[in-house]
Design a protein around this ligand. Structure first.
Ligand code: C2O
Ligand code: CU
Length: 497
């Protein structure tokens, strides 16, 4: 956990760090460093071989006019990757490559991060860290073969409150995990929008929100449409629900009425099915459920969010007229997740402390090291004007990624690690690691069903232990997925080499 001082200094020297995947960059007064002046070495990744099965998509990031609220409310200017009224939805089969051409028609740089996919570092979509920022008018092609099946999504990784908040997000499903086909497969991607009654956007980030639980939207949607999602599915059939919490802020507590539902995957990773009572999913988390529909045509099954003063109906499934003839229900739909179990015996334990930023850091350009030492660093390396949060005492030094702090952790490739995540703030934080899938082991406050995840909620005063094999080389972000927290300090990166 301790960051040697020389790393900070090397970071300040910036260009002195050569031969590494991502040398530190100093902000030099430019809003974006002049590209040619920076000897920046980005990682590379293999291209699909000639005989590969490739799914090609184009993501055109641009503003689009849409009626988000019923008339007479005005139109909204939302940002989207395509023109469909829902968000963009991509499906692949296990073994296929995705080749996604991002076309930037915004007025600022953007990128695409493929959340939860264990892909090569070069495809991770973090500007300045894993790739050059994609400037307005430019494009960038991502190509990778997802190693895991499951329910994933993608979003920009820069100015994220604005870009994601205005609509840039989509779902990515990798099929091939079912031992027998389900009879219906329903995507339920939840998100709120910050819209005023006239259809225009409200402030996406507020100081009060960023410093507390986040700034909540006023208009709730499922797959980009008003709640609830309604779908007819076969009577007596097995329905798979893929719930994605794609909100930037809100925590959902999922419950189902009208049928017995089973949790079959967390963040896309199969688990031994657990009967659903209710399950909390924070921003970026996914939950796959399986349920057997009632036999009578017209019977309904309802999905609720209980994490609110009144339960909120998210989705309603209705049994259709054709009744399927099925053997008795069993929830064991999925093949086991193909992930390496971390070796807990002898794994290094690393503390990861989620805290408020030190009070000085909001005003002075300082970095506080985990051992308490405070470094005053060059004026050029300015903290964002709003810094509220930190990981191991270190706040991300800017809103974007063009100023990189030293890594929070340096991990040896192939070794198992246990992160002891301690939340000493009064807020819940959904913590996300890039490039790796971890196992949520246990908690000193809450009952944990051990499961694989890429994002996990850490409650106030909780100590949660997660473990993983650091098997994917590169520099990987770790951050809170309440995007306002991410962009006001609760972000860092770890290096696997
Ligand atoms: Cu979906 Cu860095 O996150
Ligand atoms: Cu947070």
């Amino acid at each position: 956990g301790r960051i040697p001082r020389r790393d900070v200094l090397a970071g300040l020297a910036g260009m002195a760090v050569t031969g590494m995947a991502a040398p530190f960059i100093l902000k030099n007064g430019l809003s974006e460093p002049a590209k040619a002046a920076i000897p920046f070495v980005y990682p590379t990744a293999p291209q699909p071989p000639a005989d590969a099965s490739v799914v090609d998509v184009t993501l055109t990031a641009k503003f689009r006019t849409r009626q988000m609220l019923p008339a007479p409310a005005g139109l909204s200017q939302i940002a989207g990757y395509d023109d469909k009224p829902e968000m963009m939805m991509i499906r692949l089969k296990q073994g296929q490559w995705l080749r996604a051409k991002l076309v930037n028609q915004l007025s600022e740089h953007t990128s695409v991060h493929w959340h939860g996919i264990r892909l090569p570092n070069a495809m991770d979509g973090v500007p300045y860290m894993t790739q050059p920022p994609v400037q307005p008018g430019e494009n960038f092609t991502y190509a990778f073969r997802p190693p895991d099946t499951g329910t994933f999504f993608f979003h920009p990784h820069c100015n994220t409150v604005e870009q994601y908040g205005r609509g840039l997000v989509g779902t990515l499903i990798v099929e091939g995990d079912e031992k027998r086909p389900s009879d219906a497969d329903v995507i339920c991607a939840y998100r709120d929008w910050r819209l005023k009654p006239d259809g225009s956007f409200d402030a996406l980030m507020t100081e009060k929100g960023a410093a507390t639980a986040g700034t909540f939207g006023q208009v709730a949607t499922m797959n980009g449409q008003p709640l609830p999602l309604r779908r007819e599915v076969p009577a007596n059939g097995d329905t798979r629900l893929r719930l994605l919490n794609l909100d930037l802020t809100r925590i959902l507590e999922i419950g189902v009425e009208g049928a017995e539902a089973w949790v079959i995957a967390t963040d896309g990773n199969a688990i031994d099915p657990v009967k659903l009572d209710s399950w909390k999913i924070g921003p970026a988390m996914r939950l796959d459920l399986l349920l057997r529909m009632p036999r009578q045509a017209g019977a309904t099954v309802r999905v609720f969010n209980y994490f609110s003063p009144q339960p909120i109906l998210l989705a309603e499934l209705t049994a259709g007229k054709t009744q399927l003839d099925k053997p008795p229900f069993t929830p064991d739909l999925l093949k086991p997740a193909n992930l390496r179990e971390p070796k807990l015996d002898g794994a290094q334990q690393l503390p990861m402390r989620l805290s408020a930023a030190s009070s000085q850091s909001a005003t002075a350009p300082e970095v506080k090291l985990p051992d308490g030492e405070v470094l005053r660093i060059a004026d050029a390396l300015c903290l964002t004007p709003h810094t509220f949060w930190a990981i191991n005492g270190q706040a991300w030094p800017a809103q974007g990624h063009d100023v990189l702090p030293p890594p929070l952790f340096k991990l040896a490739k192939g070794r198992s690690y246990v992160f002891e995540v301690a939340n000493v703030t009064p807020r819940v934080h959904p913590i996300h690691l890039h490039g790796h899938t971890f196992k949520v082991l246990d908690s000193d406050r809450n009952t944990v069903v051990p499961h694989f995840a890429d994002t996990t909620l850490v409650f106030p005063k909780e100590r949660l232990r997660i473990a993983f094999v650091a098997d994917n080389p590169g520099d990987w972000m770790v951050h809170c997925h309440i995007i306002e927290h991410q962009e006001t300090g609760m972000m860092g990166f770890f290096r696997v080499a």
